[in-house]
Design a protein around this ligand. Structure first.
Ligand code: ATP
Length: 247
């Protein structure tokens, strides 16, 4: 078995003349919470799409649990929980149908846990997905992402546009996933104070390149200005401005 849950090596992706990812190398060990941060258009979703096998590496390689996610999608996706910002679950399904439909894809689906999440998220089994609010849809997406107790949970901008209660549910889910031994979380977010609350490790991406990737406490220490540790927001803004603050 691979030592790393995610092993991305020298990954480059171009869309026409535009380089969305430039020689990205990233390895996630089991049991860690990785925050992926970067400005709009930095390349976060493009990286996540490669991890899920939705895009094929043009240059470099991507291995998830040691498998190529494009060549072996079942081996990879049956062990991954995924929630995206778009959260494109079929609108015509009722919650109970969505649960029945989703469980067929995951051998490790846990009915009791799915029901526990449904109750916790106050989702009416008879409600149609298209009638749900954005926050309820996010909860339904999160239920599907978590109920098979994935080894890897990937959250792409899970909090954007959501109220504090739904965000708390999502953060809680992240923490719970990690608490269950050996689970790994990769989540991208623009809400850096949330990243600070839950991430062990932060990877900052800018213009398709990784500019910082280290344990959160190391990043903060290395950007310390005198007595006070900077916030992740301050570190991010300094990097976005083209220069890291004096360390
Ligand atoms: P955001 O925070 O706004 O979601 P992001 O960091 O997720 O941004 P990506 O969606 O990965 O950024 O986009 C990286 C760059 O690649 C952007 O310039 C985007 O316009 C471009 N891009 C992404 N997908 C495509 C595509 N299918 N065709 C052309 N360009 C694309």
């Amino acid at each position: 078995m691979s030592e790393f849950v995610i092993a991305v090596s020298e990954l480059t992706r171009r869309f026409g003349a535009m380089t969305a990812l430039a020689s990205v190398t990233l390895s996630l060990p089991r049991g860690s919470v990785y925050g992926l941060v970067g400005a709009n258009g930095a390349g976060k979703t493009t990286l996540i799409k490669h991890i899920l096998g939705l895009l094929r590496a043009q240059e470099g390689s991507v291995r998830i649990f040691g498998y190529d996610p494009v060549a072996d999608p079942v081996a990879v996706l049956s062990r991954v929980g995924y929630l995206s910002e778009e959260n494109d679950i079929p609108g015509w399904m009722r919650i109970e149908e969505l649960i029945r439909y989703s469980r067929a894809f995951y051998p490790a689906w846990d009915d009791a846990y799915a029901e526990e999440l449904r109750k916790m998220f106050a989702l009416d089994p008879m409600a149609k997905v298209k009638s749900l609010s954005k926050g309820q849809k996010a909860r339904a997406g999160l239920l599907i992402a978590l109920a098979h107790r994935p080894e890897l949970l990937v959250l792409d901008e899970p909090s954007s546009g959501l109220d504090p209660i739904v965000r708390r549910d999502i953060l809680g889910a992240v923490i719970r996933s990690v608490a269950e031994e050996g689970r790994t979380v990769l989540f991208s977010s623009h809400l850096l104070e949330e990243v600070e609350q839950v991430a062990d490790h932060v990877t900052m991406i800018s213009g398709g390149r990784i500019v910082v990737s280290a344990p959160l406490n190391e990043i903060k220490e290395s950007h310390r200005a005198g007595e006070r540790l900077p916030t992740l927001d301050e570190i991010f803004i300094a990097h976005a401005a083209g220069a890291a603050p004096e360390g």
